[in-house]
Design a binder for this molecule. Sequence first.
Ligand code: IMP
Ligand code: MG
Length: 181
Amino acid sequence: MRPHNTNKILFSASDIDARLDTLAEDLAAGCRDRPLVIVGILRGSFIFLADLVRKLHVHGVNPQIDFMTLLSRGSGVETTGKVIIRKDITVDVKDTNVVLVDDILDTGRTLNFAVQHLRDKGAAHIQACMFLDKPSRREVPIEADFVGFEVDDVFVVGYGLDYDSYYRELPHVAEVVFLDE
Ligand code: IMP
Ligand code: MG
């Protein structure tokens, strides 16, 4: 890892909690009559998804929940550009509504891959709910249906997001400030 600090907090735990209340409300309002499957993309989505589904429960939403592990990055901050499946879902998504949940929409490659994959499995309707969105980094033309917060082109950690597998446990989102730049 390059020398860095994570002192700059972009979204506090209470900012996140308040935003998730409205996000869950919006998501619940859009839930259709078909069975709902929430698919989290590991590993970044685990905290966001856990908080989100408990808030959805308040609105009477009772989805099936599954995870898939997709890899798109080396160990650091660079995207490799290629997405591979490390672990697939096991719930049958045929003719269901799927909500894909991930930590951040960056180049768009991961989400684009996941949408195609679920379409191939016969999902009837696919939506994406991303905790963060970095629109300035997009390389694939894809947008999320629900977004927690937009961020500038900076590297962020916390609330599931990592730098070399560190910092996922932070209850807030912080910017990684590199000290060698
Ligand atoms: P994509 O470029 O949209 O395919 O995003 C790939 C993955 O890169 C995301 O799911 C995140 O796991 C990771 N990623 C992108 N930007 C950041 C960041 O600022 N911090 C931590 N992980 C990131
Ligand atoms: Mg990820």
